[in-house]
Design a protein around this ligand. Structure first.
Ligand SMILES: Cc1ncc(COP(=O)(O)O)c(C=O)c1O
Length: 487
């Protein structure tokens, strides 16, 4: 006597049965394509290259050297085992004092020492994923909403909404002004919510942006603070890519803006989400932070943090590492340099085949413009092109529609989760796709897409433009999107 799937569903909660996790989106379908046929230079050279994963893997040699030089930092070495018991039994949800000091210190350094952070305001969470849910639980009730400028990280739909019952309402940003967040767009989204009788509790921004790889300028940041003050709503600033800024303009944190003399701002409305997943490249450690300027939020978030603490073993290691000022200084500098080089080589390679990207100075990805390759400017056409890229070029890139981008034809391509050789293979495949299958690394079957790419290539060269303006413009199965459903 077996239960049908629908019988089983009836035994579970509404949250368990809804699809708020969002794994059915195209964003995660691409991951599935990669999981079922992953590229390996020797064992599977025709496999799918994962370019949908915003991981920072360019500096692990520096981390490994530090680990070797500091055996005491781990409690599982002969040098560190003396601390094993104290660390293993520590269970205070405030966290190890050294850990909070180290993270506060690191956050200040990443922001060029222009601001300091109070360790007592640091609340732990399971990555930024947990931090977003935590802050959402603290600030909003089911049915309330946060405004979010598009395009935005698809994981927000899960992290802020799924278990909290909160809604996310898009603030539409467009390529015509390089996706800047304008006052008009903010007002339009706010008004729309009011008309629908939805209570807006806050604005969520990501700076530097995932997927754009751009940083917000001072003027925009100030206008956002004015907007939330005027409406008396919260501002959540996801700054988890702060140390990935590799070229000018430099990163400006919200923590700097609220200190400006001419800035009228109620600090109780400002909250920062941070993690070490991107800046240090440690998504597996699940070190996330809510940093609130609101005492009440700090208090309640700390109580709620019991559901997503960072293990003390990890806290201990991170504290030792991030309190090593010389290491932190050189790591931040070297990481930015390597990201800059990788970004340059990758975007140059794309430009050689007439593909442009939004001009960017941060992040682990580029926002690639393939609008010219669409049969028509529709989401369906974007998905058709995306499927061809996965199936024929064997690259997992993420379509703009999965980031709620309103304009079809944009794709996010990650470049820091692979070695130089794999990136070269990816560029060669793109080149081969464009140039009729010469140097073909992967089987290129779909002629029509190839023709479109060729058409676009010759169009750009006819215009005499080498680099287009954008141009200035995981679960039961390890590695499956059910498990790795964040980046
Ligand atoms: C903007 C943004 N916020 C949050 C997250 C989740 O980060 P974490 O691994 O720290 O949970 C990601 C991951 O890609 C992200 O891009």
């Amino acid at each position: 006597m077996g239960f049908s799937l629908s019988d089983q569903h009836q035994l579970l909660s509404k949250i368990a049965n809804n699809d708020g996790h969002g794994e059915n989106s195209s964003y995660f379908d691409g991951w599935k394509a990669y999981d079922s046929n992953p590229f390996h230079p020797i064992q599977n050279p025709n496999g799918v290259i994962q370019m949908g994963l915003a991981e920072n893997q360019l500096c692990f040699d520096l981390i490994q050297e530090w680990i070797k030089r500091n055996p005491k930092a781990s409690i599982c070495t002969a040098e560190g085992v003396g601390e094993f018991k104290d660390i293993a039994i520590f269970q205070d949800y405030h966290g190890l004092p050294d850990f909070r000091n180290a993270v506060a210190n690191f956050m200040g350094r990443v922001r060029g020492g222009r601001v300091t952070f109070d360790p007592d305001r640091i609340v732990m969470s399971g990555g930024a994923t947990g931090a977003h849910e935590l802050i959402s639980f603290c600030l909003a009730d089911p049915g309330d909403a946060f405004l979010v400028p598009t395009p935005y990280y698809p994981g927000f739909d899960r992290d802020l909404r799924w278990r909290t019952g909160v809604q996310l309402l898009p603030v539409i940003c467009e390529s015509s002004n390089d996706f800047k967040i304008t006052k008009a767009a903010l007002e339009a989204a706010y008004e729309k919510a009011q008309e629908a009788n939805i209570k807006v509790k806050g604005l969520l921004i990501t700076n530097p942006s995932n997927p754009l790889g751009t940083t917000l300028d001072r003027e925009t940041l100030k206008s956002l603070v004015s907007f939330i003050n005027e409406k008396s709503i919260h501002l959540i600033c996801d700054e988890i890519y702060a140390a990935t800024v590799f070229s000018q303009p430099k990163f400006i944190s919200i923590s700097e803006i609220i200190l400006e003399e001419d800035m009228e701002c109620n600090p109780n409305l400002i909250h920062i989400v941070y993690s070490l997943s991107k800046d240090m490249g440690f998504p597996g450690f699940r070190v996330g932070i809510v940093y609130s300027y609101n005492d009440e939020v700090v208090k309640i978030a700390r109580k709620m943090s019991s559901f997503g603490l960072v293990s003390t073993q990890t806290q201990h290691l991170i504290a030792s590492m991030l309190l090593d000022d010389d290491f932190v200084e050189s790591f931040i500098g070297e990481s930015a340099k390597r990201l800059e080089t990788r970004h340059k080589v990758f975007t140059w390679g794309l430009s050689q085949v007439g593909i442009g990207c939004l001009k960017s100075n941060a992040g682990l990805f580029v926002w690639m413009d393939l609008r010219r390759l669409l049969k028509e400017s529709t989401v369906e056409a974007e998905m058709e092109l995306w499927r061809a890229i996965i199936k024929d070029v064997k690259l997992n890139v993420s379509p703009g529609s999965s980031f709620h981008c309103l304009e079809p034809g944009w794709f996010r391509v990650c470049f820091a989760n692979m070695d130089d050789e794999t990136m070269e293979v990816a560029l060669r495949r793109i080149r081969a796709f464009v140039f009729q299958g010469k140097e073909v690394e992967a089987p290129v079957k779909n002629k029509r897409w190839r023709n479109n790419l060729r058409l676009s290539f010759s169009l750009k060269f006819d215009e005499g433009v080498m680099t287009p303006r954008m141009m200035s413009p995981h679960s039961p199965i390890p590695h499956s999107p059910l498990v790795r459903a964040r980046t």
